[in-house]
Design a protein around this ligand. Structure first.
Ligand SMILES: Cc1cc2nc3c(=O)[nH]c(=O)nc-3n(C[C@H](O)[C@H](O)[C@H](O)COP(=O)(O)O)c2cc1C
Length: 221
């Protein structure tokens, strides 16, 4: 194992933080399985809500690797698209009755409308790998927060390996989908989900750009 001093570690971490971007185009070339394993290991090392998941025997975090054009992917693609149609119809219906919801949900509804128009869910079947991460629901229900930590670790690891990474947040809506849960072998409603697409980047993206620290920070007295 290489021993880096703090200055070197800091410089490498800063480089990875800036290089971490959302990739939405992937090359067809398939990354080797061992790299996907390394990314999953990074996800396992993320923090988890120990008090919320308690001492259950069954491990609370699971990873499901779906390869593009595989049997499972063929089953999952229409299920995810169906979930988009269902969610979109539900929001259209509910927002007719609530002005506040209509205003709040505009961005999300536009995104669902765009996916409907495209006819597929970006990230599911558009990269060599689609990975579903499941986290047991505990008390308090913080599985999505916990998953966010896991996915960020995976994202940074993918970046350091030169791989492109895309969050596929519609996966979270599949938690109660009986057919999807049956395919994964998990009980519906008992797990929270998040998903990501991974592959070699289809384009080179510039480093992440954000406001300056001073613009968004108030040092309290
Ligand atoms: C909770 C959450 C959900 C997201 N869901 C998606 C998604 O489903 N598809 C996608 O392409 N990007 C998704 N993103 C990525 C954001 O759009 C992206 O991080 C943001 O535009 C900033 O771009 P950057 O990641 O390249 O810095 C999501 C990000 C977050 C934090």
């Amino acid at each position: 194992m290489n021993e880096f001093n703090n200055e070197q570690k800091n410089a490498i971490l800063d480089e990875i933080l800036l290089k971490r971007r959302t990739h939405r185009r992937f090359r067809e070339e398939i990354p080797p399985d061992n790299l996907i394993g390394e990314i999953i290991l990074a996800g396992l090392h993320a923090p988890f809500a120990a008090a919320a998941v308690g001492n259950e025997k069954e491990y609370f975090r699971r990873f499901f690797v779906l390869r593009n054009n595989s049997e499972t992917m063929t089953l999952v693609k229409p299920l995810a698209f169906g979930e988009v149609l269902r969610k979109s119809a539900e929001l259209d219906h509910d927002s007719e009755k609530s002005e506040q919801l209509r205003i709040q949900a505009t961005g999300f509804m536009n995104r669902l409308a765009m996916i409907k128009k495209m006819g597929f869910v970006p990230g599911i079947g558009t990269a060599p790998f689609f990975i579903v991460i499941a986290e047991k629901k505990g008390f308090p229900p913080v599985e999505q927060e916990s998953l966010a930590h896991c996915l960020e670790n995976m994202w940074l690891k993918a970046t350091s390996l030169g791989l492109g990474f895309q969050l596929v947040s519609i996966t979270a809506q599949m938690a109660d989908n009986e057919e999807f849960c049956r395919i994964l072998g998990l009980l519906p409603g008992k797990w929270g989900f998040m998903g990501c697409a991974i592959g070699y980047p289809g384009e080179k993206l510039p480093n992440s750009i954000r406001p300056s620290v001073n613009d968004v920070t108030t040092w309290m007295r």
